[in-house]
Design a protein around this ligand. Structure first.
Ligand code: DQA
Length: 148
């Protein structure tokens, strides 16, 4: 199967961005690990980061056209603001897992609401970069179950 990992705004700064909250792993390091893990499980995985909402939306539309089976997405600050990104995912009917490095529920109240959680297969937050590994494991399980 083919899995797409989407990272929203400011996640290109991972490693140096508020390390007390987001950890010290870089985005490149996270991506490389996910690609290797997917490959060893016999799946294909690609990653895309953007600071621009429309680029993430375009990527979701393209993913559907290209036959991507599953999304793992950290919409970052767009989590709390973007009806457009929510509508893009609903529009292409791609199943997805929402990931956040930090525990958004223990932070400012404006981070408590997500435009994605109610339509996600699942949500992982507060477990740092490992959250992406858990999301990938869950995505693979989901795909294997839905194809059998
Ligand atoms: C985040 C949490 C968001 O509230 C924040 O805007 C981010 C990152 C996380 O991974 O913890 O940019 O999605």
């Amino acid at each position: 199967a083919t899995i797409l990992v989407l990272h929203g705004p400011n996640l290109n700064l991972l490693g140096s961005r508020e390390p007390g909250i987001y950890g010290t792993d870089t985005l490149e390091g996270i991506n490389q690990k996910l690609i290797a893990q997917a490959q060893s499980a016999g799946h294909q995985l690609s990653c895309f980061q953007s600071n621009a909402e429309y680029q993430l939306i375009d990527q979701i539309h393209e993913a559907a056209q290209q036959g991507v089976d599953f999304l793992i997405i950290n919409p970052a600050a767009f989590t709390h603001t973007s009806i457009a990104l929510r509508d893009a995912i609903l529009g292409v009917k791609l199943p997805f897992i929402e990931v956040h490095l930090s525990n958004v529920h223990s932070r400012e109240s404006f981070r408590h609401h997500s435009y994605f959680s109610d339509i996600a297969v699942g949500v992982i937050c507060g477990l740092g970069a490992s959250g992406y590994d858990y999301a990938l494991q869950a995505a693979i399980k989901h795909l294997e179950q839905s194809s059998s």
